[in-house]
Design a protein around this ligand. Structure first.
Ligand code: URA
Ligand code: SF4
Length: 205
């Protein structure tokens, strides 16, 4: 019988729950099919007891090559937003709902593949473990994929963004994904909305 390709990350979790053990264990994760063509697992980064945890979708092309979250174009929008919202970079842990890049080759380009609902579920054990270790006061949910993972499939970012909602014992504020700013016809307006949501998160933390 075929093995389920999206069996999930749970069996790859380490016994010891600290960020270093998690990072080492996640490097060998085969909890869904995405590990196959990616360069590496891109795990979260930041201080182990950061006040803010920012959760994106999935590493992009640059993140896959470099092995760090949000180091490409979306990361530059995020950095600008954090600075302007007065969220100190050294009090932020940054991660993604799904830890492996997947793509379709198109000539020399690698076209980003959105994670499926099954892949989002498969990767949740890593995100839950990061939350359990870091215990952030405020979780900033960046876009629909992170919202699906953390707040469930019924949550609508467009309707519920910028408002603190409970997430277990923590608070979460959802906003658009920073790459949506890059794709928007009116980038400045989109960025201003993104910044307002980050400010709401900073205020509520
Ligand atoms: N987009 C994401 O969601 N995460 C990254 O790390 C980079 C781009
Ligand atoms: Fe494991 Fe997540 Fe990578 Fe899938 S995307 S192989 S669940 S780390």
């Amino acid at each position: 019988m075929d093995k389920d390709p999206n069996k999930g990350a749970a069996e790859f979790l380490p016994d010891k729950l600290d960020l270093e053990s998690l990072r080492i264990a996640a490097a060998c994760c085969e909890g869904c099919g995405r590990f196959q063509n990616a360069t590496q697992t891109v795990f979260g980064e930041g201080p182990s007891h950061a006040t803010f945890m920012l959760v994106g979708e999935v590493p992009g092309d640059q993140e896959d090559r470099q092995g760090h979250p949000f180091v490409g174009p979306a990361g530059r929008i995020l950095d600008r937003g954090l600075e302007e919202a007065g969220i100190p970079r050294d009090d932020v842990y940054v991660t993604n709902a799904v830890k492996h890049f997947a793509f379709i080759p198109k000539g020399k380009r690698r076209i980003h593949q959105k994670p499926t609902a099954a892949e989002i579920t498969a990767c949740q054990p890593w995100l839950n473990a990061e939350l359990a270790v870091v215990e952030p006061r405020m979780v900033v949910v960046l876009g629909a994929t992170a919202a699906r993972s953390l707040l469930g499939p019924a949550f609508r970012v467009t309707k519920q963004r910028g408002v603190p909602v409970p997430l277990g014992e923590r608070l979460a504020v959802a906003t658009i994904h920073p790459s949506a700013v890059l794709r928007a016809p009116d980038r400045e307006a989109e960025y201003e909305g993104f910044l307002a949501d980050l400010r709401a998160a900073a205020h509520a933390a």
